[in-house]
Design a protein around this ligand. Structure first.
Ligand code: FAD
Length: 465
């Protein structure tokens, strides 16, 4: 990058907030995937004004910009594949407003998801989307990926909880979308921006919906000897008119990794466990839990455990929350896939995951947001073994194709990024792909904001000059 341009960036954010040494840049060349691309500089912004000034400069100089929160995305979303700068937003950590009467909060993008929940809890409120990465992932990143989490079955994903945004456009102009009230006339720009993976604008303020904490929570663990029985239990629970807050599946390989790691007390010989949580007003919740136990029993559950204290609930959750970290103990690395199928297809697709993995001779375990039909096959492998890495990627792609083939989709929550862009035409027809390419061109005609993401190369028509 030209020294004069670096000098101008330093004038905007301060000299200490522009990183250029090889050692510093190496810390930003990767995210939670295995690919690596070195940025030319990393710039830390602390305010909307700084973000706008940086983008005005990069726009004039045709420099690509990749917005970044905590860099925990699982789809290559923060990899600077076309060089340029990584724009770090993790210092924008202010919670600007909490308005419990109107059930709104306004936060900056660097606020950590769990920090917001912890701030709201003493007030009797919460922000519902809870990605398993919530201890570190940022609200800006959650918006970028339209993140989900174990409680999204009942409460919905990030897009259901974002009502307004402040956004800096690629040329440095600032716009406001949505607002504090329930509906906003005109095109739903907020909806378009949530899940846009940093390709349309840089989010600098987020107005979120906050909800009351449930009065009572009941957590259960069903232990199963057959995956099919878990799938049927999930379908039966929803068909009975119950929407639990959580229906999370972990299969045997993951159970064993979890037990080696956090000792959640899951039985090692089970084919799968189903973590079930119901919440709401105390009256009637017991009856709901009883009905769920009956449905589990109808589907040959081996045992249903009910957490009797906060400590027991935490132990059951420790296994789910620690699942990704736990499998990293089995082999040097893991690749997590993220596909979604109609809920009734869950058992069949989990069988297919095992078949495909066996055919490619790769080690796999499964975590699934079962109620949403969102599966996360976890391939445990050694990235240094090029042949094994190839087989893992091939198996992952085949699984996603199988999801699409049963009217499912390519991602439940992790986004498309770099990883799945070539698969987009499996799910969308040429006209749909064209419309998406045109949306990108309208927002970012010079293709400067997180270029090379979401759309496959043949649809990335505008080129940074
Ligand atoms: C162990 C583990 C568990 C996970 N569990 C879940 C889970 O349960 N559910 C789930 O959905 N995901 C999960 N993830 C994936 C990841 O944590 C989420 O995608 C998360 O939302 C990313 O947040 P981040 O702050 O790390 O964002 P980053 O990775 O830094 O960025 C994500 C995307 O958003 C864009 N972006 C970031 N900030 C902004 C901004 N201010 N304006 C515009 N664009 C921006 C980036 O360009 C990028 O495209 C998990 C990841 C790990 C490693």
């Amino acid at each position: 990058m030209r020294p004069a341009l670096l000098q101008q960036l330093k004038q905007i954010v301060g000299p200490e907030d522009v990183l250029t040494s090889d050692r510093d840049l190496m810390a930003y060349e990767y995210d939670a995937t295995v690919e690596k691309f070195l940025p030319e500089a990393v710039v830390f912004a602390s305010s909307t004004q700084e973000v706008a000034a940086v983008l005005r400069l990069t726009y004039q100089n045709k420099v690509p910009v990749v917005p970044r929160g905590a860099g925990t995305n699982l789809s290559g979303g923060t990899l600077p594949v076309k060089g340029g700068i990584v724009l770090e937003l993790s210092r924008m950590t202010r919670v600007l407003t909490i308005d419990t009467a109107n059930q709104r909060a306004v936060v900056e993008p660097g606020v950590i998801n769990l920090d917001l929940q912890n701030l709201l809890a003493p007030l009797g409120f919460t922000y519902a989307p809870d990605p398993a990465s919530q201890k570190v992932s940022t609200m800006g990143g959650n918006v970028g990926e339209d993140s989900g989490g174990p409680h999204c079955l009942k409460y919905g994903v990030t897009s259901n909880h974002i009502v307004g945004l402040e956004v800096v456009l690629p040329n440095g102009e600032v716009i406001h979308t949505g607002g504090a009230v329930e509906d906003s006339p005109g095109y739903d720009l907020t909806g378009l921006l949530v899940g846009s993976e940093g390709t349309l604008g840089v989010v600098t303020k987020i107005t979120v919906r906050i909800i009351r904490l449930p009065e009572t929570i009941k957590t259960l663990l069903g232990v199963y000897d057959r995956l099919e029985d878990v799938g049927q239990t999930v379908s039966d629970i929803i068909a009975a008119g119950i929407i639990p807050a959580t229906l999370e599946l972990l299969d045997r390989p993951v159970i064993n990794a979890v037990e080696d790691s956090v000792q959640a007390g899951y039985p090692r010989d089970a084919a799968a466990v189903l973590l079930i949580e119901v919440d709401g007003v105390g009256d009637g919740l017991e009856r709901q839990a009883d009905l769920i136990v009956e449905l589990c029993q109808k589907n040959k559950v081996r045992e249903v455990r009910v957490a009797k204290s906060a400590a027991e609930r935490d132990a059951l959750w420790a296994g789910r929350r620690g699942a990704f970290g736990a499998v990293a103990r089995v082999r040097p690395s893991y690749l997590v896939q993220d596909g979604t199928v109609p809920r009734t297809e869950l058992a069949a697709i989990l069988r297919k995951v095992l078949e495909i993995s066996a055919a490619h001779n790769v080690t796999v375990g499964n975590v699934a947001h079962a109620g949403d039909g969102n599966l996360h096959p976890l391939f445990m492998y050694d990235p240094k073994d090029k042949d094994e890495a190839r087989r893992v990627h091939e198996a992952g792609a085949e699984i996603l194709k199988a999801c699409v083939d049963v009217q499912g989709t390519l991602s439940g929550e992790h986004g498309i990024g770099l990883e799945k862009q070539k698969m987009m035409p499996w799910r969308f027809g040429p006209t749909e792909m064209d419309v998406m390419a045109k949306v990108k061109q309208v927002w970012d005609p010079a293709d400067l904001l997180n270029p090379g993401k979401i759309l496959p190369p043949e649809y990335q028509t505008a080129k940074a000059g």
